[in-house]
Structure formats: C-alpha cells, structure tokens
Design a protein around this ligand. Structure first.
Ligand SMILES: Nc1ncnc2c1ncn2[C@@H]1O[C@H](COP(=O)(O)OP(=O)(O)OP(=O)(O)O)[C@@H](O)[C@H]1O
Length: 305
C-alpha cells in the first residue's frame, strides 16, 4: 500500500505539492490527472525517492522510499522527460536494467519488443518521440515491477499504442497484483483503465475517488409537473435532495443530484411528476459538477483533450 500523508515539496518559495494525503491500495491502477504544473511529476519523484519531502511522508507498506535500494529495485518509473545513455540501443539498456532489477525477464523483453515491433539494436537517439516512450515502457514492463509509475503515460503514443500500453498494464496488475500509477493531462485517457482517479490542481488534491463510485453517485434528473405547479416549482421543491446543479426551462427542470439512485427516485416520485428521467453522467460531467461544488471551474483545472 502506498500512503502519502501531508506530503509537501517546495522549490525555492514555490509549493509544488501542498500537503497531499492519499492511499493507493495494492493491485490498483491509480490515475492522476491535472493540468501543467499541477504537481503530478513531483508526486512521482517523491514516491520514487528522487526527491525528498520537505514535510509529510510518502511510504510503501510503511517503508520510506528515499535511499531505500531494496524497495527501488521493485519499482519502475517512466518519467515525463525520458533519458537514455548516449548512443545506447534498447538491447543495451535492457542489459543494464537486467543487472539492476532482480525480476527483469529477458523473455518478457523479447516478447514486448515483438508486440511493439521495435528494433532492439537501433540507437534510441534515432527513435521518434513516441517510439522512445514505447521503448521506455517496454524496459519498465520487462522489470516485472511490483510498482509501475508512468508519467505522461501516453505522451506521443498513437491510439493503437495507447491501447496496447493500457492492456498490458491492466494485465500486469491482474496477473501479478502489481500497483500502477498513471498520470495524464486527459481524464478521458485514464477513465477506461484506472480503478481510482485523483485530480491535482496547483499542488493540491482536489478530488479523489473510485471510478465506480464516481459514476454511480451522481445523476442527471429531468423532471416536469403539470398544472399550476409546473410554473411555480423550483429548487426549494427538492430540498430533500443533495443538489449540485439546478436549471429550469419552462416546466422541465434539469437537476444534478448526488445520492443513491433508488432513494432519489423515490423522493421525486412522491411529488408526482408527469416526467421523470434519471440518467447517468459521463465521468467528465461528474468531475465538472463535483469541482463546481468545490468552487472550481473544470476549464481552470483540466484541459479537455
Ligand atoms: N526541480 C524543480 N525546480 C523548481 N521548480 C520545480 C521543479 N520541479 C517542479 N517544479 C515546479 O513545481 C510545479 C509542479 O511541477 P510538476 O512537474 O510536478 O507538474 P506536472 O503536474 O507534472 O506538470 P506537467 O503536466 O506540465 O508535466 C511547477 O510549477 C514546476 O515549475
């Protein structure tokens, strides 16, 4: 289990991470989204022991990662800015990795090279941006790490490669009970892969939840009444509901409600509407309304790409 408690990192007088607390269970794919400068890379660099926290802690199964060689030999990190030894090929890098990572599998490396159709002997300097990320991902996956951290997971990858990476990471987590943290600017990139999502903004954790909870805890309700009541009812009529957003056009109200679907339905049915539709929201809509409730605007927090 990965646990961050009041994790804080300051560069000069700028707080890149401002007291983040979160728990990431074993066997989980944890997605971290946030716009430029939100603190995603800083979080991963603290988690991998590249940086040391100024305040708070980050531990894996209760152990501090900083200067912990044993723990680090079971984690693989693909950073946002990739670095390879000058002139090295992927095969050369694989040799180095096999010496440093006790669970490195040559067989897996060969297999992944074939799946991704990448040359092992060509200099990595001649690879395109996306090919470099593929190579770094192959090397990381070949280490068969207990903890896999992919920063800007899909940067430069085309849609086919994105899906391939998603599938292999999911398989690893299921087969070997690995734990993965993937970061991205895009919510859509992560929503079909991750079990849990966290939204970072200006060094703070704005929102964190299981995807299944997020998708089932908010609803869009469309409701209408007839007669005189149709013109006079308003938000107060639904004071027994936890409303995040309310609009009314003519006699039809659109309401975003948080709660249990059956309970919400029963409460509205009791008011005898002529129309009642309860619709699910997309994850993006859920984020939009949850953040609105917290006083943020989606566009300020996340680029929608
Ligand atoms: N080594 C450093 N020295 C000074 N400032 C830093 C350093 N690393 C990060 N920062 C600052 O900390 C903040 C968070 O940066 P970080 O790289 O963690 O964000 P991010 O969410 O990964 O952003 P991006 O999506 O653009 O990669 C930024 O304002 C950045 O300028």
């Amino acid at each position: 289990m990965i646990k961050a408690d009041n994790l804080t990192k300051t560069f000069d007088d700028y707080k890149a991470l401002n007291g983040i607390s979160c728990t990431i269970e074993e066997g989980c794919i944890y997605g971290m989204v946030g716009s430029n400068g939100a603190g995603k890379s800083t979080f991963l660099r603290l988690l991998t022991g590249i940086y040391r926290a100024d305040m708070g802690t980050i531990t894996i199964d209760g152990n501090d990662v900083y200067e912990n060689t044993e723990l680090k030999s079971h984690m693989a990190f693909v950073p946002d800015e990739l670095y390879f030894l000058g002139g090295a090929s992927m095969d050369r890098m694989a040799k180095l990795y096999s010496a440093a990572y006790p669970d490195f599998s040559g067989e897996r490396y060969e297999h992944l090279k074939e799946i991704f159709k990448l040359s092992g002997s060509r200099s990595l300097n001649t690879f395109s941006k996306g090919m470099k990320r593929q190579a770094a991902t192959i090397l990381a996956l070949s280490c068969r790490p207990r903890y896999l951290f992919l920063d800007e997971t899909f940067d430069g990858l085309d849609p086919v490669m994105r899906n391939l990476v998603k599938n292999i990471v999911c398989q690893d987590v299921v087969d070997r009970k690995a734990t993965a943290i993937l970061t991205s600017h895009s919510l859509r990139e992560l929503e079909d892969t991750c079990d849990q999502l966290a939204l970072l903004h200006k060094g703070g954790l704005v929102l964190e939840s299981d995807i299944s909870n997020l998708k089932t805890s908010l609803f869009k309700v469309q409701v209408a009444f007839t007669g005189e009541f149709a013109g006079t009812y308003g938000r107060d009529t639904f004071s027994d509901l936890d409303i995040l957003h309310y609009t009314k056009h003519g006699s039809v109200a659109n309401i975003i409600v948080r709660g249990d679907k059956a309970d919400v339905t029963a409460k509205i049915q009791a008011k005898h509407p002529v129309i009642l539709d309860i619709l699910p929201l997309t994850l993006e809509e859920v984020f939009t309304y949850e953040m609105e409730a917290l006083g943020y605007s989606f566009d300020d927090v996340l680029v929608n790409n």
